[in-house]
Every structure is written in structure tokens, then in C-alpha cells.
Design a protein around this ligand. Structure first.
Ligand code: NAG
Ligand code: NAG
Ligand code: NAG
Length: 274
């Protein structure tokens, strides 16, 4: 899918291969081995630093890591080991490792494009590449939703989200239940009912809707809620966010999907900056 070689210059490959030990060991934490090796080529200990929070508590990663266990819609197995295929391996005598990626576009933390539920939008090219980066980046509100209901019109009303707020991340019972951390797909997660989606569309300025499970829509209103949100092509849906251990409040959100032409969904990296 991705031909890295076209992006990596011969000079960079030379640097990567022949970087002296001193440079390697001083950059261990910045450039961890994705394969979990515990020694570098100079024999010193290597341990990747994996973080949820960066910059002394200012930057929160609200993206779930992609692994073989990553949740995929309607699957109890995760995306499986084949999501990353090391098809050229140093173990087989080449001078580099080289992987290809194979992943359902609606797995883990991801974004939906209008073509997801509208055939005419799909055909007309309203794909991930057509999404507005201005909507995906800017001031955002992280709110807690009442834990005993799906997101209905009444719930939306009760949240009292002021006019002018354009980006909202909704934290629900899904986070408390750690649903994104479980391999098993469940249908009783919390999401928007159709009337909740309609209320948001009619009464707020929200253009970025973020949720903490694989679908913005409650299972019972799966397609109707998506249709309400995506019809105008102005609202962007980010699903499967990792909202654990972040306080409710105002942040700057930054979400960048892969620039996938023709795709109606894409994995997305999202961070919050305090
Ligand atoms: C590498 O070698 C192993 C063992 O000979 C083999 O099973 C595997 O298919 C090879 N992989 C590649 C990508 O050539
Ligand atoms: C990938 O490259 C490293 C060296 O950086 C090598 O030690 C390792 O065996 C390779 N991994 C696999 C699975 O071949
Ligand atoms: C939300 O709706 C789903 C069905 O779409 C249901 O299974 C679940 O119990 C509801 N959750 C709450 C908290 O009402």
C-alpha cells in the first residue's frame, strides 16, 4: 500500500545504516525500534519510551495505538497480525526491514467521510482527502455525557454547549467500560440516537463530533444517525478516541487523517493540547 522507498532518499538510508554508535545511543528514546529489540547494533540496552502525555502534561495523545488487537467494527478478533506485514526482513539477509500495512479503514481511532453512508457522495469523491483540516484542528471542548443514556435530543439539550463551539469530544460510559480496550466488539455501547444527531445539527455550531467507541451512532440508530450527521458534508465524525485520563474542558484539538483518495474512512492521529 505504501511505498516508503519513494519517500526515503538514498542519503537518509545511508545515514540510517551507518549512523555511528554514539548518535544511536543518544537517540534511543527518540527513535525506538518498532520491533521491540532490546539491543542496538552497539550492544547497549534499548527500551522504547511509550507515552500518552507529552510536553510536561500539556499534550495528550487521544489516539489508540494500532496493534494486532486493535478493535475493528463487528469483529471479535481485532485486526490481526497481518495488519503489518514485514515482507522484506533483515532476518532473511537484506540490509533493511520493510513492512506493508493492511488495515480496515474504520478500525481503531478513525474518521468517517461523507461517502461512508451516501452512495452519491462516494461516487462524487467526498473521500478522506476532501475533509476540511480546519474543522479537524482548533479549539475543542471535551464534555462528559450522562452515563445512563444514549445521546438523545434531551441529553444534547442538557449539556448546554454554547453557540460558537465548533468541536466537541463526547466522553461516555464507553470510556468507563474501557470498551476500546476490549477485543470483543459490543453493540450496547453509547452513541447518538437519531434525534440527538438532529438536535446537534439544528441547534449548535458543532462541526467536529468526537466519540469514544467505534461508531458515533448508537447501534439501534446506526445508519439514521450517520445520515443526519453526514448529509450536509459539513460535520466530521471522529470515532474510537481514547479519552481516558484527560480532564473535561477546553483544549486545542489536532487531528490528521491519512490523505487517502477514494477512501470513506481513515485511521487518524488526534492529540489535545492544553
Ligand atoms: C524469510 O525466511 C523465512 C525462513 O526461511 C521464510 O519462512 C520467510 O518466508 C522469509 N520471508 C521473506 C519475506 O522472504
Ligand atoms: C529488523 O531489523 C533488525 C535490525 O534493525 C533486525 O535485527 C531484525 O532481525 C529485523 N527483524 C526481523 C523480524 O527480521
Ligand atoms: C444505548 O443504546 C444501545 C442500543 O443502541 C443499548 O444497547 C444500550 O443499553 C444503550 N445505553 C444506555 C446507557 O442507555
Amino acid at each position: 500500500m505504501f511505498n516508503l522507498m519513494t519517500m526515503i532518499s538514498p542519503q537518509l538510508i545511508f545515514l540510517m545504516l551507518f549512523l555511528p554508535c554514539i548518535a544511536l545511543s543518544s537517540q534511543n528514546s527518540a527513535y525506538p525500534s518498532p520491533y521491540g529489540d532490546d539491543k542496538d547494533s552497539c550492544g547497549s540496552d534499548l527500551k522504547p519510551l511509550r507515552r500518552e502525555v507529552y510536553g510536561n502534561g500539556k499534550i495528550f495523545d487521544i489516539t489508540h495505538r494500532i496493534s494486532s488487537e486493535t478493535r475493528s467494527w463487528d469483529s471479535d478478533d481485532g485486526v490481526g497480525d497481518q495488519y503489518l506485514n514485514l515482507y522484506i526482513s533483515m532476518k532473511n539477509g537484506t540490509e533493511y526491514n520493510f513492512s506493508e500495512l493492511k488495515l480496515p479503514v474504520h478500525s481503531g481511532t478513525h474518521v468517517d467521510a461523507p461517502g461512508h453512508v451516501f452512495e452519491n457522495y462516494y461516487d462524487a469523491g467526498f473521500d478522506i482527502d476532501s475533509l476540511d483540516l480546519e474543522v479537524l484542528n482548533g479549539p475543542a471542548l471535551l464534555v462528559d455525557v450522562p452515563r445512563d443514556k444514549n445521546i438523545t435530543a434531551d441529553v444534547m439539550k442538557s449539556l448546554n454547549i454554547p453557540k460558537g463551539v465548533r468541536r466537541v469530544l463526547f466522553r461516555t460510559l464507553n470510556t468507563d467500560r474501557r470498551l476500546m480496550w476490549q477485543k470483543r466488539f459490543v453493540t450496547n455501547y453509547v452513541g447518538f440516537m437519531k434525534d440527538g444527531a438532529q438536535w446537534l445539527k439544528d441547534n449548535t455550531d458543532i462541526k467536529l463530533v468526537g466519540v469514544d467507541y467505534l461508531s458515533v451512532a448508537a447501534y439501534d440508530d446506526l445508519i439514521p444517525s450517520h445520515l443526519v450527521f453526514l448529509e450536509s458534508r459539513e460535520i466530521i465524525l471522529v470515532e474510537g478516541l481514547k479519552l481516558d485520563d484527560v480532564e473535561a474542558g477546553i483544549y486545542s484539538v489536532h487531528c490528521l487523517p491519512l490523505r487517502l483518495l477514494r477512501a470513506e474512512g481513515s485511521p487518524i492521529r488526534c492529540i489535545l493540547i492544553k
